[in-house]
Design a protein around this ligand. Structure first.
Ligand code: SAH
Length: 238
């Protein structure tokens, strides 16, 4: 696990041998289940360490300083657990919800949580458009995370209603982000988000052009959002 270990150290997130063992189990379960269900196209040992594990950990760079209370975190469209689960391994004290629309992937995640012996992780099989209207989840999270799920205008509608006022949405993005951010301005504003802040991630092995888009939740989201399943993607608020 040298690639992960050294990269994480450079991110100032040193991993213990227990954490490295958990990542190793994660790798084994991922490639093994990937033979039955489509979880990832990245399966090489080095590639998974860098492009999934290390890449996921970079999102911690946009977390707020802990204030003593347990952080409530949700990862929207987590797929095989990215970025939420590497974050949970690195920061075991958080309370994490992994939200995933595909039932089979949720089955994998439940198996994985047991194999990794993690506590305070809930796997929710469903769509953000529905979950965000449930009292239990609506505006309840300090941090809403997401990687590779939707363009920012769509993501703002899916994610900001889950975020508590005072919390923040952190989206992992690649490549030129300025146009996407500008296009999402109206949705972010309508959903109660503040001005997006872009944080560049510089880690040699990840290549350039990675960034985190950080949006503070400054006002409650109007009750009508998100619209019904599919609408935020089909007709983004622009
Ligand atoms: N975040 C993971 C997976 C990205 S693929 C990663 O970076 O590797 C996008 C995932 O989001 C898919 O697994 C898809 O099922 C899920 N997804 C897409 N739209 C969703 C929605 N509206 N609610 C919940 N999950 C969604």
């Amino acid at each position: 696990m040298e690639h992960l270990k050294s990269g994480a150290a450079r991110l100032e997130l040193p991993l213990t041998s227990k954490q490295l063992r958990q990542f190793h189990i994660y790798y084994q379960e991922l490639v093994s289940w990937n033979e039955q269900i489509n979880l990832t196209s990245i399966t090489g040992f080095r590639d998974v360490q860098i492009k999934h594990f290390l890449d996921s950990l970079t999102i911690i760079k946009a977390f707020k300083q802990p204030d003593g209370k347990q952080l409530r975190v949700i990862d929207i469209g987590t797929g095989a657990g990215f970025p939420g689960l590497p974050v949970k391994i690195a920061l075991p004290d958080i309370a994490l919800v992994l939200l995933e629309a595909t039932a089979k992937k949720a089955v994998f995640l439940r198996h994985l949580i047991a194999a990794l012996e993690l506590e305070d992780v809930d796997i929710v099989a469903g769509r953000a458009e529905d979950i965000a209207h449930q009292e239990q989840y609506r505006q309840k999270f300090d941090l809403v995370l997401s990687r590779a799920v939707a363009p920012l205008a769509t993501l703002a509608e899916l994610a900001l209603p889950l975020c508590a006022v005072g919390g923040r949405l952190i989206a992992q993005k690649k490549g030129a982000i300025d146009r996407e951010t500008a296009r999402a301005g109206r949705a972010i504003n309508l959903l109660g988000g503040g001005q997006p802040e872009i944080k560049r991630i510089e880690l040699a092995e990840l290549g350039g052009e990675r960034c985190l888009v950080i949006i503070e939740k400054i006002a409650p989201s109007p009750q009508k959002y998100p619209r019904r399943p599919g609408m935020p993607a089909k007709r983004p608020i622009v």
